[in-house]
Design a protein. Structure first.
Lengths: 97, 97, 97, 97
């Protein structure tokens, strides 16, 4: 059964695949540090993992907007206000991280 | 033996500890998605992991500058130019990711 | 008369005030460069102006979501899809800039 | 006479040209808001101005590293430590803004 709380249920497998790849990237970065890889090459991989995480965040947000925010907008009232404030705060955290 | 190529040899254990924590954070995010956690709560954890990765990158860069860039500056010539260009490109990737 | 196209009509004066302050900050940075101010002090002001611009963007986006996206969500259909895609692209640009 | 404190004296005119262009961009954004331009189009220009500011910052930092940081590295001691710490803090502000 699909949770009523998540906007990403249709694309869960995609997100899981990407997150596992990122987990592998971070493990690979630890191995690079372990074996004294040149700093700049480690940094390149850290930037790649950071970009991959931001891309997951952008996709999750898109789905959240297309499902949860749209549903709340149709309902209006306090639910709409809560969803807009939450989305706004999540976007601010993404922009600043 | 310590590699002559890395600026972070003195703090390797700290970096490894932080990277393992981030690996655990990413695994935790996958579990949140797996169990249909509310999108906004997933996004909060993705932003936290992103910030943690950026912090690892800033520390690696500091050590790279304090060791490799300083050594190259004292040597001068082509080695200095290479190290400055590499550092510049790594910083640009961090700012844009 | 208020344009039907903007979500920020109620807060236009605030945005204008902030943008004029940022314009002044950028002019001040040019003056710092003009008078050979120490690089690091110039960089501090560039980061402050960048943060101020991002803050304007976050506020404009909030208002866009609260007005234009909410209205489109209630209308549904192609208008909703367009507004969601536009917002998604604007957020991606903000995260990457 | 060239100030001994700045690493960007050779490229001052370039920086000034870019900063004046950014000042014009910000003024243009205020005009867009003034005339009720559609939010998303305003946001596109805000992101462009933000990117332009970050690019100025990256260039200033490059020159600071190639001149001030290199000179301090050759001098060593407290001056080197100060310059490295300042550069590190400036980079952290750029990554977070």
């Amino acid at each position: 059964m699909v949770s009523p709380m998540t906007g990403y249920s249709g694309t869960k497998d995609d997100h899981l695949k990407r997150l596992r790849r990122i987990e592998g990237q971070v493990r690979g970065i630890a191995k690079m540090v372990e074996s004294d890889t040149y700093c700049i090459d480690v940094l390149t991989q850290v930037s790649a993992a950071t970009k991959a995480l931001q891309s997951v965040a952008l996709n999750l947000l898109d789905e959240h907007m297309a499902h949860c925010v749209v549903a709340a907008a149709r309902e209006g009232g306090a639910e709409q206000d809560t969803k807009l404030r939450e989305a706004s705060e999540a976007i601010a955290r993404m922009v600043k991280s």
